[in-house]
Structure formats: structure tokens, C-alpha cells
Ligand binder design. Sequence first.
Ligand SMILES: C[S@@+](CC[C@H](N)C(=O)[O-])C[C@H]1O[C@@H](n2cnc3c(N)ncnc32)[C@H](O)[C@@H]1O
Length: 312
Amino acid sequence: MTIAAATTAFCLSGLFLCNGLRLNFSSIARPTMALTPIKKIAFSDTLFEHIEEIQGDRPWGRLLDAGTGLHSLRWISTLLHEGSTVTSWSAVTADEGMRKSVQSEARGLGMLSDEGSIGTVLIGNWQDEMTVLCEDELFDTIIVDYLVGSIDGFAPYYQDLIFPRIVRHLSPGGRIYVVGLQPIPDKVGNGDDPKAQLVCEVRKVRDACILLGGHRCYREFPADWINRHLARAELEVIETKKFPILYSHSAIVRQINVGRSKLSLFPNKELAESMRITLDKLETESKEATASAERGRLKLGFDYIVAAELVA
Ligand SMILES: C[S@@+](CC[C@H](N)C(=O)[O-])C[C@H]1O[C@@H](n2cnc3c(N)ncnc32)[C@H](O)[C@@H]1O
């Protein structure tokens, strides 16, 4: 488990329009035009490395990042080297601020250019049937990277429909990789380090602050829920892998800071002040708990990858 992945987890159009043909992998063409040179970046993430391992020699083809962010976009940039099997990429977000930052990052990395590129950043909501995101487009590989946990903020109660919606854009034989965070429990389990209870407490207080600030919390779903819903969307699950999470003091403080950032939005000052004291106390406890933990990290829960295919 990389720290980057743990951090993302805890927090918390297509230029290649489909021509209506449903293509199999054997018919994926390599791009004929030379790709714009893409900036090489230092990128390391255990989860994406594992996805690359499962993918093996299989071409990426037309690639969709169904819930994009800077991290998944940067990973895509690492696939766009010479001889890449990515024939096009599309990155979708429901958030205008995210669209702007992903677009600007993509430009900076040379993934989008005026001379022509094989990629695009799209704004839209999978729930919205009026604008029909990615209409008539098919993809060979779809990445669903921490999308499900964030749906509650953009399309509340739509989680059970997200896979049938996205699968409409998966070509027969195509593959989907779902990355997510196993929900942090209210209490540590029997086999867990009791000190990791602090992570559970931080999660509760952070979410209470988000709610009192009038915002919606992330709502993560467990790996078995993902498995069930992929099967309901007629996908065949080929692998589920868990990646234990190790929380450092700084990763925990980032979550405490999410809580702090909501205090000014609270309905009254007394409530905000007592929550501020609670958050400060959690920070002190985190420092103590991590200082005495192995390698300064508290182990709790896991991220997961579920890989599934649409049988041709
Ligand atoms: C946790 S964030 C980003 C995760 C990302 N892969 C990264 O690199 O960190 C989730 C993304 O999913 C998008 N998203 C959530 N619900 C959505 C929906 N209903 N339709 C489209 N995008 C959605 C958000 O706008 C955001 O871009």
C-alpha cells in the first residue's frame, strides 16, 4: 500500500468518438500518429502497479478514467510512453474545480496539446441521462479509482446504478478495474492493533465536522459489495486483491485538518470551539500512538482492487 493511495482512500470527451462498432481486442489498432511527447514523472503507487501486473501484455486500447483526479491522471501519463498500447484516453469528473486542475495538469504533462492529442478531460455526471456522458463511446479499459466512495457527494443514492451505467461503455471482452477503500469500522476488530482505534475516532469526528459544516461525507463501499454489483452488471470478476493500509501521523493529521476546515461553517461558535478542542486532542493522541507504533504507522483496514471483464 503506498502512502499516496492510503491518503486518497482516507480522504478521502472522447476525441475518439465511437463509430458505433463494437470492437474486440483483436481489432484494437495502435495509434498511427506519433504521440505528443509526454513529460516523464516520478510516479509510484502499489495499487496502479498491481493493475499493470494484472493487465500484463493486454493492450489498454481506449482507456476511460471514470472518476478522475490528479493521481489517476498522472498514472495515465506514465502509460503514454513510446509504443504505448493506449489508443485514446478520456478522464471524467463531475466537479468543475477538478476538471480545471486535471486539465491544467494534463496540459503541463503534454497529454493535451493544440497539435492534437489522443485524450480529453470531460465534465459530467454519470447520473445525468439528459447530457448522456460519453454518448455512443466504447472503451476497452475502464478505471474506477475511488469513484464509488465519492458518488454520494455528486449523485446521492446512485451507487447501485453506477456499474450498469458505466458498463454501457465497455466493449465486449473489455476490462474494468475498481479501486476503493474498505469502509473504516467504528471499532477495531479482534486481530487489529488497539492503538488503531484512533483512526476510527478521527474518521467519526471528521465526518461529524463535514455534516455540521453542511456538506456530504464520502461513503465508501466494501469489496464484497463491489463484487456483488459488478456481477449484477453482468461482469465476470477475475480478481479481488486487498492492500493493507498503514496510517502515518501526517496522514491522520490531514484528515483532522479536513475536520478543522469545516469549523467556520458550523451553526454556532460554541459547537465549533468544542470540536476544535476535540480535533486538537486527536492530533496529540495521533502523535503518541504513531510514535510507539512499528515504523511510526498504525495498520488498519485495506484498499482493494477488483478486476472484472465483460465476457465477449
Ligand atoms: C475521489 S475523486 C478522485 C479519485 C481519482 N481517481 C484520483 O486520482 O484521486 C472522485 C472523482 O469521481 C468524480 N465523481 C464522483 N461522482 C461522480 C458522478 N456521479 N459522475 C461523474 N463523476 C463523478 C468526482 O468528480 C471526482 O473527479
